[in-house]
Design a protein around this ligand. Structure first.
Ligand code: SPD
Length: 318
């Protein structure tokens, strides 16, 4: 037997999780949630390859349908993706004082956030900056209901580094920037750092809003605390807030969003807790209905449990 066949992957890494998939079960292991791991029974591995940036894998699970894994971490499943994609999109877009016309999605290569942005009929330009060309290709093939957004003629796809795209954008280009990233290990690490947030702040119109993947209150409070403090420094005169959604296949069944708005000389900072318009169009031909977001849930999603409010309160403006 070759030495490599005996070699065990390092415990707690993506490689270990993928090894388990071969035995019929996949367990999602990561140093970001040590000592725990969601397990899914895998009926079939539909796709597995290494892109320039990461391991890309699609499996079929009886419990959650088709599942996209990047570096062994669950990005979305057919059964519950709508919770995350609807909330990360409609929280910022329905909160804006004036309806958005120009929206940027950073990451989001699976197309789910694009699908949700495209429900907003007033948006004229939807840009997406995704670093990994393999992700949209795989999404179009294995997640047709999620990749619907790519068909919208308002969408311009750029396979590029999101930071470079944002840095190159003219000041005040976007009404909203949605950062649909993976976790801050690997290619997405820079998307949680101050230079990127400063660049987003610059690229926003006055009164504009960002909404970024903000990890789990149960697992990542120190990371979120640091992120909120950094946002407080960057979005001076604007607002910094945090909301969350429930989703069974993300670690601890919950994921949050950092929502910050840029100061607006014409009025007080945006309070994103109050939706300014009704939920977007749900009945678009060929689209699934809205299945999670509602105006009531919008406001409720900003109400944090006491332990989280205690830790984050000094950095959040709302
Ligand atoms: N722990 C995984 C967090 C993944 C967040 N991004 C998912 C991309 C879905 N469009």
């Amino acid at each position: 037997m070759a030495a490599t066949e005996n070699a065990k992957p390092t415990p707690g890494t993506a490689a270990e999780g993928m090894g388990v998939a071969k035995g019929g079960w996949f367990t999602e292991l990561s140093t970001m949630w040590p000592g725990q791991g969601l397990s899914l029974k895998v009926d079939e591995v539909l796709f597995q390859d290494r892109s320039k940036f990461q391991d890309v894998c699609v499996v079929k699970s009886g419990a959650f349908g088709t599942v996209l894994l990047l570096d062994g971490v669950i990005q979305c499943t057919e059964r519950d993706e709508f919770s995350y994609q609807e909330m990360i999109t409609h929280l910022p877009l329905c909160a804006l004082e004036n309806e958005a016309t120009a929206v940027l999605v950073v990451g989001g290569g699976d197309g789910g956030v694009l699908r949700e942005v495209s429900r907003h009929r007033g948006v004229e330009q939807i840009h997406i900056a995704e670093i990994d060309a393999m992700v949209p290709e795989v999404a179009k093939k294995f997640f047709p209901e999620m990749a619907l957004g790519f068909q919208d003629p308002r969408v311009r796809v750029e396979i590029t580094d999101g930071i470079k795209w944002v840095e190159a954008a003219a000041e005040g280009t976007y009404d909203a920037i949605i950062v649909d990233s993976s976790d801050p290990v690997g290619p997405a690490e820079v998307l949680f750092q101050k230079p990127f947030f400063q660049a987003m702040h610059r690229a926003l119109k006055p009164g504009g809003v960002i909404c970024t993947q903000g990890e789990s209150l149960w697992l990542h409070l120190p990371i979120i605390k640091e992120l909120a403090a950094m946002c407080h420094e960057v979005f001076v005169g604007g607002s910094v807030s945090y909301a969350y959604t429930t989703i069974p296949t993300y670690p601890s069944g919950q994921i949050g969003f950092m929502i910050c708005s840029k100061a607006n000389a014409e009025g007080p900072p945006l309070d994103p807790r109050t939706p300014r318009r009704p939920a977007p169009e749900a009945a678009i031909s060929g689209y699934p209905p809205l299945r999670y977001y509602s105006s009531e849930l919008h406001s409720a999603s900003f109400v944090l449990p006491a332990f989280a409010r205690k830790e984050l309160g000094s950095s959040l403006t709302l």
